[in-house]
Design a protein around this ligand. Structure first.
Ligand code: AMP
Ligand code: MG
Length: 410
């Protein structure tokens, strides 16, 4: 057996970051920026009003109050989207709507709530300063400013900023297309009743979903029989059409574990026995440049193996710097017992905050590598190092698998 860190180092050693590419802005959510974005335009592009009200010269409001209003003639109306062409002179007001350009000559806006209509005039009920409710050009983003850098993960706000700058496309690291195939003569899909010895394929949909959740692009490569030729054909097809391939099954010590045999024959592959439970066996290597992860077949093993080896590596391929699941320390309610066996155990647990705000965990149920139900309930994996496990009330490191980051935020 080799240490987990050694196996992870083997996987991560040569994994490439995919070449940058241009994508439509609308397709770039969650992708990693590969360019420095400099603002080609100022945002806002022109000085405009933050309020519905009246454009004025602040000097005209000196001394204005409810009891002694200043009365000005209203010489025009400026709507959002219109061009402010007419100059405002001292002693005049112009009706103006939120987002409309400030007319030349005006230096402040008084909001409508602080005014009173008086025929064709307006009464100003307060004194305001120069710049009141005015959003100057470039108040958000100065023209020419470098506002985003390579490595930024594009969120909805970033897309909004890029759209406001008129960007239609953006240069990002390509999202890996990751193929998933299940191997095993016992596997079937579809609603038909099981024949003797058959089970239904569950790994494929699980792995495809884990890929989607991780921001990667899943590609279904189907079911493959325990047959060397069929496996070779499927591997070659996957390697050709995808940036990486995940397989499950066929990497253990069984007589029909052909995935291991085929891969080690076809390319630069390493078969590893990793000192972890579940997910001890792993095959990893390259078939014509394409990384292939030969994950174990047991449903929980394939998920844990994905978490420890595939997910971080695949996320780094799309340029993500923050590719790892967060690890936090929690208190083990009820303990997490185990037996010494030279391996680190990844136990399915439920992570919560107790009433005092302390992160606590409890077992999510059966820990057999075939017992997928507890994986469905779990939101974290406890990293239980070799030995007798964690006593009730003891602390344990926990890999959080959920998406609600507020649970683990301090
Ligand atoms: P293997 O690694 O091929 O020896 O498979 C280990 C165990 O996982 C066996 O009990 C298989 O039946 C089961 N298994 C393998 N692949 C899948 C799959 N895609 N879905 C559900 N169970 C599987
Ligand atoms: Mg098998």
């Amino acid at each position: 057996m080799i240490a987990l860190e050694e196996a992870q180092a083997r996987v991560n050693r040569d994994l490439p970051v995919l070449a940058p590419t241009q994508v439509n802005l609308a397709d770039s959510l969650g992708m990693v920026l590969a360019e420095t974005v400099a603002a080609a335009e100022a945002i806002p592009p022109f000085a405009n009003t933050a309020m519905d009200g009246f454009a004025i010269k602040a000097s005209d409001t000196v001394g204005a109050s409810k009891t002694s209003p200043v009365t000005l003639p209203v010489v025009g109306t400026i709507a959002a989207g219109s061009e402010a062409t007419t100059r405002l002179s001292a002693g005049e007001a112009m009706r103006i709507m939120t987002g409309a350009p400030l007319p030349p000559g005006a230096d402040a806006v008084i909001m409508v709530e602080l005014t009173r209509p008086a025929g064709f005039d307006v009464q100003l009920l307060a004194q305001v300063d120069v710049g009141n409710h005015v959003r100057p050009a470039g108040d958000d983003i100065q023209r020419g400013a470098e506002i985003m850098h390579p490595g930024t993960v594009l969120g909805p706000g970033h897309l909004g900023v890029l759209a406001s700058l008129g960007r239609q496309e953006v240069t990002v690291y390509r999202r890996p297309r990751v193929g998933v195939m299940s191997t095993g003569d016992e596997l079937m899909e579809g609603p038909e009743p099981l024949k003797p010895g058959q089970i239904r394929d569950s790994n494929r949909i699980t792995l495809l979903s884990l890929l989607t959740e991780a921001g990667l692009q899943p590609v279904d490569l189907g079911l493959v029989r325990d047959d060397e030729d069929a496996i070779e054909t499927a591997m070659r097809r996957g390697a050709e059409s995808c940036d990486a391939v995940l397989t499950s099954g066929g990497v253990s010590m069984g007589d029909f574990d052909f995935v291991k045999a085929v891969l080690t024959r076809l390319g630069d592959f390493t078969w590893m026995q990793v000192a972890i439970k579940p997910a001890k066996p792993l095959v990893f290597g390259y078939l014509d440049e394409t990384p292939i992860f030969g994950l174990p077949g047991n449903p929980v093993s394939s998920m844990v193996s994905f978490e420890l080896f595939a997910r971080p590596g695949l996320r780094r391929m799309m340029g993500l710097l923050d590719a790892e699941r967060p690890v936090v320390t929690a208190v083990a309610n009820g303990g997490l017992p185990r037996r010494p066996d030279g391996k680190t155990h990844f136990q399915r647990i439920i992570l919560q905050r107790d009433d005092a705000g302390v992160l606590v965990v409890r077992s999510a149920g059966g820990q057999g590598s075939h017992q997928l139900m507890s994986m469905a309930t779990a939101n974290a994996l406890a990293i239980v190092t070799d030995g007798e496990g964690v006593a009730d009330g003891g602390t344990v490191e926990v890999m959080y698998l959920g998406s609600d980051q507020s649970l683990i935020a301090r």
